[in-house]
Design a protein around this ligand. Structure first.
Ligand code: DGY
Length: 327
């Protein structure tokens, strides 16, 4: 019997041996993702695909993958994968929830604090040797302690962000597709409000919802217009949840005070994006989960999912368990 074949779309920060024991593994070693046409050709001859959020795994690709037994994505989000096409073909799709919750919540807080206290601007100012004396009104920012934090999407990461906010004695409000159990609300100290109220009352708005058809450009001109002029928007979820043109308008005319985004639409941010010119915006290159320990855990889970799929076992972390229903 011929060996199983697996394609991994980038070098992973972990040991591939467990996978190599059961399959021939090919790794795309370049820094940038494999071009779509190459991926399309590859999937025709593989049993397992281990991919990243920057790979477009669409219907055409899935239909071409006639021997594919598993798609294992090294990320919790999977909006780049056409899951319904995979399900239609009986292919399980794996992801890596849980292990990146704390790292992403920590990073959200790093961005929130950096934006509130203008740390990136202050660093540039100092390096430019503009620091001449202590000034009463130099680089004034916003208080965090006691402020109102609005969380959009109270899943694992949203909850972890809320837990950290309690240490700052903040008022925490949230909005979500589904309201949480009262017990969870009490333990987190959060209050459920409408999206509109959240926008109107929050000093900081932090986005933790997946990208779906419903959340695409959830933050457009009219939503940003509801926010306080002193408010700061944080996005560590997915870029297309915020309309970049509307964000530029809101930031450049002072409709909101600032923003910090780890994700953009598109990614990477285009060189001619006007967002790059704004001082009241912090932009980082989608590194919310990028701690050494977390990225290794994500890679290990992606490998675990891939092995299970190749061995026709249920994936430990499967986004389309319906594929197992008729077995
Ligand atoms: C994810 O996992 O979806 C993040 O965006 C990257 O860690």
């Amino acid at each position: 019997m011929s060996r199983l074949r697996v394609f991994i779309t980038r070098c992973l920060p972990t040991d591939l041996q467990p996978l190599q024991q059961i399959a021939d593994v090919e790794v795309w070693t370049e820094r940038r993702p494999p071009p779509y046409e190459i991926l399309l050709a590859k999937v025709k001859e593989i049993d397992g695909l281990l991919c990243l959020l920057s790979d477009r795994i669409d219907r055409q690709l899935i239909e071409a993958a006639t021997s594919l037994k598993v798609i294992s994505q090294m990320a919790v989000g999977y909006d780049n994968v056409d899951v319904s096409s995979a399900t239609a073909r009986g292919i399980p799709v794996g992801h890596t929830p849980g292990v990146l919750t704390d790292a992403t919540a920590d990073f959200t807080w790093a961005l929130l604090m950096a934006a509130a206290r203008r740390i990136v601007e202050a660093d540039k100012f100092t390096r430019a040797l503009q620091w001449q004396t202590w000034e009463p009104d130099l680089l004034l920012g916003a208080d965090i302690a006691g402020a109102t934090l609005g969380i959009v999407g109270l899943g694992r990461i949203g909850q972890a962000v809320a837990r950290r906010a309690r240490g700052f004695e903040m008022r925490i409000i949230y909005t979500s597709r589904k309201r949480c159990e009262p017990k969870l609300e009490v333990s987190l100290g959060v209050e459920f409000v409408s999206f509109e109220r959240l926008l109107q009352e929050s000093d900081f708005v932090s986005i933790h919802t997946p990208l779906t058809a419903d959340t695409y450009h959830l933050f457009g001109a009219s939503q940003l217009a509801l926010m306080k002029p002193s408010a700061i928007l944080i996005n560590t979820a997915r870029g297309p949840i915020v309309d970049p043109h509307a964000l530029y308008q809101a930031l450049s005319c002072g409709q909101i005070a600032g923003a910090a985004i780890d994700v953009t639409e598109p990614e990477p941010i285009p060189a001619d994006s006007p967002l790059l010119s704004l001082d009241n915006l912090i932009i980082t290159p989608h590194i919310g989960s990028a701690s050494r320990q977390t990225r290794k855990k994500m890679a290990d889970i992606a490998i675990e999912n891939a092995i299970a799929g190749l061995q026709k076992r249920r994936l430990p972390y499967c986004v389309n368990p319906e594929v197992y229903e008729n077995l």
